[in-house]
Write a protein that binds this ligand. Structure first.
Ligand code: ADQ
Length: 495
């Protein structure tokens, strides 16, 4: 940690800096009003912990609560540096531009995108604030890893402030074809924002290809292979855009699923549903990209035409609450809950529900037990950057049992070729694939699962983080301007 005595906050700078919309912790207030921070579950935090373990690192992000930001603090083995967002900014930058403009455009416009100039202006301001904070906490020559679609302007803002640092950006969601991306009124500014980075990582080769094409078509840039020569944006540097698919912490999930308590809980889950002969499982954020409506339609038809027996089959759908103030999410929830009620009303028997629907978040143990209990994991997104649920299911199936039904439109489908692959728009094909997966012989399931487990074990989340950082390190760009100390005395703007 390098001291910077004399400056106001922060009192130190770091060699390794992560920027993500959210900090990796959630604020918890107990009955007596005491505040504590709990580490958020999830692979990204685990991956970053392993990367941070032998580095001097800080994570810059929003705390999840509107208003003043808490002072920087240590948690989960790293320094956390909160960025403030006002209630208006949460609505315009996060719920608005990130989740109601970019999210639908980047996911094939499954629902119409909303374009509002005010949202864009606030998105820009918040990105600039993130960049200023990063410029303050990054040590000379630091590596800065920026995450996801909420922070696409950060690379260029940061490069202007700190040409000495090495900047990487990773896109967790798809990058859309240029025909869709071109709808965004601020498309050129977004590309220019990203091109401030040295290396841009994407989930699929197709996403990187879409980005490269957008640079050619919209900005008229010269692209050679996977390198873009950025002439006019930041004074001439090269940016590489390539595919580095994210994964899960295979070893820790595998270990967790082997514990006696998780195995016992898996048996208990089946018993509590009347020991159905077929247990199907879906685990998703309640998001229209995840294809929940399509899978319920296929399931309902299978019950209706008698291919499946509702008294002897249960479909557990865990739908984590998500973006609950956005209209498209409110509509989706109503539709899904209506379908679940109808399916249960028509096809359940007492003690043997045809569907179990839970709109709640769960701990890792419970998720591992669910994965272990399920005969068929149903993953049917209409578009998904990767889909970690599919990989978590594989990591938990140390028994080589279970079958993975996987949409072709997930990043995961590029790697997981031994899954039962489906086009979720094709309801007939989806119904057939559900039956194929349900009726596959134990030998067939085991053959597929062994191959899938080999792949995810090798390409785990630690491998992903290492590959990203190696690519960033090897990126073609070198700082082109004289190294200059960041300004440390600017105050954070309040909006
Ligand atoms: P998401 O769209 O959130 O991620 P996904 O990759 O499936 O989708 O990750 C969801 C995570 O949340 C999984 O780790 C899962 O275990 C967890 N989860 C789901 N339901 C839960 C529940 N009820 N309780 C607790 N945890 C739950 C975005 C992109 C993806 C990409 C990831 C990572 O949309 O395409 O794979 O980022 O890059």
């Amino acid at each position: 940690m390098a001291d910077s005595a004399g400056s106001s906050r922060p009192s130190s700078t770091f060699d390794f800096v992560i920027a993500a919309n959210r900090l990796p912790v959630d604020r918890v207030v107990d009955e007596d009003g005491n505040v504590s921070w709990h580490r958020s579950p999830g692979g990204l935090v685990t991956a970053m912990e392993s990367v941070m373990a032998d580095r001097d690192g800080v994570w810059v992000g929003w705390s999840g609560e509107a208003g003043e930001a808490p002072e920087p603090f240590d948690e989960a083995g790293m320094r956390l540096h909160p960025v403030p967002l006002s209630e208006d900014e949460v609505q315009a930058y996060y719920e608005g531009f990130s989740n109601d403009t970019l999210w639908p455009v980047y996911h094939d416009v499954i629902v119409p995108a909303q374009f509002h100039r005010k949202w864009w202006n606030v998105y820009r301001e918040v990105n600039e604030r993130f960049a200023r904070t990063l410029a303050e906490v990054a040590a000379e020559g630091a590596t800065v890893w920026v995450h996801d679609y909420q922070l696409q302007l950060v690379p260029a803002f940061l490069r202007q402030l700190r040409p000495d640092v090495r900047i990487g950006w990773f896109d967790h969601i798809p990058f859309p074809p240029v025909e869709l991306f071109a709808q965004i009124p601020w498309r050129a500014a977004i590309l220019e924002g990203l091109l401030g980075a040295d290396f841009l990582g994407f989930q699929r080769p197709g996403d990187a290809g879409n980005f490269l094409r957008a640079c050619r078509h919209i900005l008229g840039m010269t692209v050679k292979g996977d390198v873009i020569h950025v002439g006019k944006v930041t004074g001439g540097h090269d940016v590489r855009a390539a595919c580095v698919p994210i994964s899960v912490d295979f070893r820790s999930m595998d270990e967790l699923a082997r514990t006696p308590s998780v195995r016992a809980r898996a048996r208990e889950i089946r018993a509590s549903l009347g020991d159905p002969s077929l247990l199907l499982l879906g685990i998703d954020r309640l998001d229209y990209t995840k294809g929940i409506r399509h899978r319920l339609k296929a399931y309902e038809e299978l019950l209706k035409d008698g291919s499946l027996d509702g008294a002897d089959t249960t479909f557990i759908q865990i739908a984590t609450p998500s973006r609950e103030r956005i209209d498209a999410y409110i509509d989706l929830r109503e539709h899904v809950e209506g379908a679940v009620g109808r399916i249960n009303g028509n096809y359940s028997a007492i003690g043997s529900p045809a569907m179990e629907y839970l709109h709640q978040a769960y701990g890792r143990e419970e998720l591992a037990a669910l994965y272990l209990a399920a005969d068929v994991m149903v993953v049917t997104p209409l578009r998904d950057g990767m889909n970690l649920v599919a990989k978590e299911y594989i990591a938990c199936r140390h028994d080589n049992g279970g079958a993975l039904l996987l949409s072709e439109f997930t990043g995961a489908a590029e790697e997981l070729r031994e899954a039962f692959l489906v086009n979720p728009h094709d309801i007939v094909g989806l119904k057939r694939a559900i039956l194929d997966a349900a009726h596959a012989s134990p030998q067939e399931r085991s053959r597929r699962m062994k191959a899938l487990r080999r792949r995810v074990r090798r390409n785990d989340v630690q491998h992903w983080a290492g590959a990203f950082l190696d690519a960033l390190e090897a990126a073609p760009n070198k700082p082109v301007r004289p190294v200059r100390k960041p300004t440390r005395d600017h105050t954070h703007e309040e909006h």
